[in-house]
Ligand binder design. Structure first.
Ligand code: UN1
Length: 504
């Protein structure tokens, strides 16, 4: 427990004993502290403050807004180890991945700083003499960011870095399982704000506000008519509710929901590379990424060899305390996650599946109340209903194919559409997979697993994944409103489409 206290205090989190919401670490189930829960009745006030912040921030030049994000990136660099350890402590991912998560935050800050000078619009040719047209992007308003436990801080930063340079304040509702990392980020952000102010910039109060609480608080935020954009990451069930609520009031939503990501392994694949990619993407983060590999669609000619090497590798994975050096797999977030995994494995067996390795609870010394699970590899006779469902745990279902079209059809035949990949050295297969008639997912990779995307690309997926795009490319456009402008610099007033409307 001593180490845990040090991690908390390194993040400026002192005594956490005043609140009514208990926070546990998945590492050994210990209570980390109690935090004060916000209530539904707090939401109106928070949104009003956000509106006031918006009034000031939207008029600030974008490159100046970028300066605040640059300072946030610097503060994150300085806090990388401390925050990385807290991520590990609160959500259970191994320390190297905790650090990776903070690196992802630093990367998006760098990206957003550059973006603050590149919020480009268009000039458009007008059909009328003495006229020109422009398309300009303006700040949209308060952005609600609802995040999940598995990337407790990176997903917030993707949204926040972009929202801020785009001129919007942020209200953050983190997962009720991970409020401490959020509280630590608020402190980091406050340090960036104070440096920003010290160098002579005006910074409105409440540019970033935190709402710690249960789903009811998230719902009140989602329903609020002054929240211009709701960016929500989580299950498809949650996303459907959010999407519906926001649509009812004609608000905008950006949804990052469940994935059910597949890898097609072709006869020409480099099997050693394939094995390594499968391991990172199927068992890394204990199977708790939305991009986790959940379906392996392998050609019958290479199946035995690949499965033999995977089964062997699965047997030698270090499952232990995620703070311990060399650990590859930490705990699941909680008991209900472990129970969900067991239930899925039972269904898989009922549907004709054969568990090749794993699935059981693993006892880790000194971590009795942590839910550690051995990643499971399950041979399935077909892509039955359990395979079509996302279970947020390390279960990899293996299906066999004999012809490429069949593999592709299987890959696309699930309700989710986040990430996908193919292992092949045949350029025709690779290009076909990436073509309009290939993978139907938001992310499609060749000779790389489905997880671990860089921030430079737009991140998100189709179908039940929700259709939203975050982080790189032009994902920033979701955080702005588009304005089409027509300017008449002539002395006439011609109408478009040649319409005449002459008045004496
Ligand atoms: C998530 O699991 O919610 O591509 C996000 C990845 C990470 C982000 C995952 N960069 O796996």
């Amino acid at each position: 427990m001593a180490d845990f206290q040090k991690i908390l205090s390194d993040n400026g989190l002192g005594a956490l004993d005043e609140g009514d919401m208990e926070v546990f670490t998945p590492i050994d189930g210990a209570l980390l502290g109690k935090v004060i829960k916000d209530k539904v009745s707090d939401v109106d006030g928070v949104v009003a403050k956000s509106m006031a912040a918006f009034d000031a921030w939207k008029g600030m030049p974008a490159p100046v807004r970028g300066e605040l994000v640059r300072l946030l990136g610097e503060e994150l660099r300085a806090s990388k180890e401390a925050l990385g350890a807290l991520v590990t402590l609160e959500c259970g991912k191994v320390y190297s991945e905790g650090l990776g998560e903070v690196q992802e935050m630093i990367d998006i800050c760098d990206f957003a700083v550059g973006l603050s000078r590149q919020l480009y619009g268009l000039t458009i040719a007008s059909e009328r003499p003495g006229h020109h047209m422009r398309e300009t992007w303006h700040p949209i308003g308060p952005v609600a960011v609802i995040t999940a436990f598995n990337f407790p801080v990176a997903v917030w930063s993707w949204n926040t870095a972009l929202a801020l340079v785009c001129g919007n304040p942020v209200i953050w509702k983190p997962s009720e399982k991970t409020p401490l990392t959020a509280m630590a980020c608020i402190k980091i952000f406050e340090r960036a704000v104070s440096r920003f102010q010290k160098s002579g910039n005006d910074c409105p109060a409440n540019l970033l506000q935190l709402l710690v609480g249960q789903a009811d608080v998230g719902q009140a935020l989602t329903d609020h008519h002054d929240v211009s954009l709701v960016s929500a990451t989580g299950s498809t069930r949650m996303g459907k509710a959010v999407g519906e609520q926001v649509a009812k009031r004609m608000g905008k939503s950006l949804l990052e929901l469940g994935g059910n990501n597949a890898m097609i392994v072709c006869p020409s694949a480099d099997l050693e590379m394939t094995k390594r990619a499968v391991l990172f993407s199927a068992v890394g983060t204990a199977g708790q990424r939305c991009t986790t590999l959940r379906r392996l669609i392998v050609h019958k000619n290479v199946k035995d060899e690949l499965i033999a090497s995977l089964t062997k590798a699965y047997g030698s994975l270090k499952i232990a305390n995620p703070l311990e050096e060399g650990t590859l797999i930490g705990p699941l977030i909680d008991d209900s996650s472990f129970n969900g995994m067991q239930e899925a494995l039972r269904s898989a067996k009922e549907q004709g599946g054969n568990i090749l390795v794993g699935g059981e609870r693993v006892n880790v010394d000194g971590c009795d109340d942590g839910y550690y699970a051995a990643p499971a590899l399950v041979d399935m006779p077909e892509q039955s209903s359990v395979v079509e469902t996302e279970t947020f745990a390390p279960i990899l279902y293996v299906m066999t194919y004999s012809d490429f079209d069949e593999a592709l059809a299987m890959q696309n035949a699930v309700p989710q559409g986040l990430s996908s990949c193919i292992f092949t050295t045949d350029v025709r297969e690779a290009e076909y997979f990436l073509s309009a008639v290939g993978s139907d997912c938001g992310i499609a990779n060749v000779n790389i697993g489905p997880s671990g995307a860089e921030i430079g690309g737009a991140f998100g997926g189709e179908k039940e994944t929700g259709g939203g795009r975050e982080s790189g490319s032009d994902a920033w456009k979701a955080y702005m409103r588009r304005q089409t402008q027509t300017i008449n610099y002539s002395r006439e007033l011609p109408l478009a489409q040649g319409v005449k409307f002459d008045v004496d």
